[in-house]
Design a protein around this ligand. Structure first.
Ligand code: ARG
Length: 461
């Protein structure tokens, strides 16, 4: 491509470090889209002839078809996807192919291709998040009154409902979705026409190419146009946070699946056996979702480090933006799909959850609240009295709801029989009607509101 100046071929090791076709061939569809938009615009403003443009478009369609059907031969010697496509175009249509690269550089070309790729992937991730939310909401509504222990420090804290727990993830995923939607808005500006770095002396129409490629507008500064990778960083940051959420949830599935907890069952569809221990059922899918955050967050860190300290405008360093980004976005999508499948598949073991919810004096706060409400005790004093009653229960090996009245009265004489009404886990969750609280009534209401919102969001796309 630059034989005019160069007499010798690159050293073998130069080619080895420089070549990117093995991974940037993934950008071929975006590259061809970008080239078609560029060629059409060049003809429209009279920089190339209409007949040359027709040839170019026809040739690019054939290249796309060859890539699609697998007959296209990607060549290492041609370095990257841009030169592979252009060189094949030349084989197909001859001389007009040489006019395609007018008023363009690989710098704005790759910036456009990569941006389109990240946008396309974002457009697939957003509904995948919505679908995971949808199945969570469905399960949450079905289990709005299924009682389970709520934890802090992974110690039983207060009873909650399974539906409430699932809706917590719906909230997190809602913020994740918002981050992707937000990043998409900001990334939707077109670098094409920035050329190598300074713009071009040809009378190109950047609004035209931006529009054809679905961008809101052309990027306003040509140096920024070729040097910016914020769009990938933002989407990777959003991906990292989403992956952290999935990882936390996956960890809970792993814990809940253990015989020690026994809170949920997952069917054969989302578990594996052991090659040596016949009794095992392993939550491999959850474990892998839990782990994916490693590569996703690493991709974010990796690209931050690549971009750090790079002078304007383009440097070849930026070729290192692709592999990890491709991998991270594919991994996130896979993790979302696997999680969606697991949520649909899992079933809570209600009796086990219910029994566990009652252990560990989980309604002690309800007792303290009763003392405040009925006896007008200051909360701090109520906390102290409740502590003594818990100790008495512990000494006798009893749950709170089974501590005899006289034992409680020995600690606080004004306690009456009505205290038992707040000591059951069902009554405990029912009473938590404050906004955002775990009462089945709240959970049902929230689940229905989310279902409506998700339906609107998916219709709005
Ligand atoms: N393969 C290159 C990349 O991914 C394309 C841009 C090459 N530009 C250049 N000036 N060498 O960044």
């Amino acid at each position: 491509m630059w034989g005019g100046r160069f007499a010798a071929s690159p050293a073998e090791i130069m080619e080895e470090i420089n070549v990117s076709i093995s991974f940037d061939k993934a950008l071929a569809p975006q590259d061809i889209r970008g080239s078609k938009a560029h060629a059409a615009m060049l003809a429209e403003v009279g920089i190339i002839t209409k007949s040359d443009a027709r040839e170019i478009l026809r040739g690019l369609d054939q290249v796309a078809a060859e890539i699609q059907d697998g007959s296209f031969e990607f060549k290492r010697a041609l370095e990257d996807v841009h030169m592979n496509v252009e060189s094949r175009l030349k084989e197909i249509i001859g001389q007009p192919a040489g006019r395609l690269h007018t008023a363009r550089s690989r710098n704005d070309q790759v910036a456009t291709d990569f941006r389109l790729f990240v946008r396309d992937t974002t457009d697939a991730i957003i509904p995948a998040i919505g679908e995971l939310q949808r199945v969570l909401v469905e399960k949450a509504e079905a289990h709005a009154a299924t009682v389970m222990p709520g934890f802090t420090h992974l110690q039983p804290a207060q009873p909650v409902t399974f539906g409430h727990h699932l809706l917590a993830y719906v909230e997190m995923l809602g913020r994740d979705r918002g981050r992707f939607v937000d990043a998409r808005k900001r990334l939707n500006e077109c670098p094409l026409g920035s050329a190598a770095l300074a713009g071009t002396s040809f009378p190109i129409d950047r609004n035209k190419t931006a529009d054809v490629l679905g961008f809101d507008r052309p990027m306003a500064n040509s140096l920024d146009g070729v040097a910016d990778r914020d769009f990938a960083l933002e989407v990777l940051a959003a991906s990292s946070i989403a992956a952290v959420h999935l990882s936390r949830f996956a960890e809970e599935i792993v814990i809940w699946m253990t015989p020690q907890f026994g809170f949920i069952t997952l069917s054969d569809r989302f578990t594996t056996g052991s090659s040596i221990m016949p009794q095992k059922r392993n939550p491999d899918a959850a474990e892998l979702v839990r782990a994916k955050v490693g590569r996703i967050a690493a991709a974010f860190q990796g690209l931050l480090m690549v971009m750090k300290g790079l002078p304007l405008a383009y440097s070849k360093d930026m070729q290192e933006d692709k592999e990890a980004t491709f991998d991270a976005l594919a991994s996130l999508r896979l993790a979302l799909l696997a999680m969606t499948g697991m949520v649909q598949d899992l079933e809570p073991v209600k009796e086990t959850m219910r029994a566990a919810a009652g252990r560990g004096y989980s309604t002690a706060t309800d007792l303290a609240d009763w003392l405040v409400r009925e006896l007008k005790m200051p909360f701090r004093d109520a906390h102290h009295v409740t502590g003594s009653i818990v100790k008495a229960a512990e000494d006798r090996g009893l749950d709170l709801e089974n501590v005899p009245l006289d034992v409680m009265q020995a600690i606080e004489p004004r306690i009456s029989n009505s205290v038992y009404s707040v000591l059951s886990v069902e009554n405990s969750v029912k009473s938590r009607k404050s906004y955002g609280g775990t009462s089945p009534q709240n959970v049902t209401k929230m689940a229905r509101a989310w279902a409506r919102r998700l339906e609107k969001e998916s219709a709005g796309r």
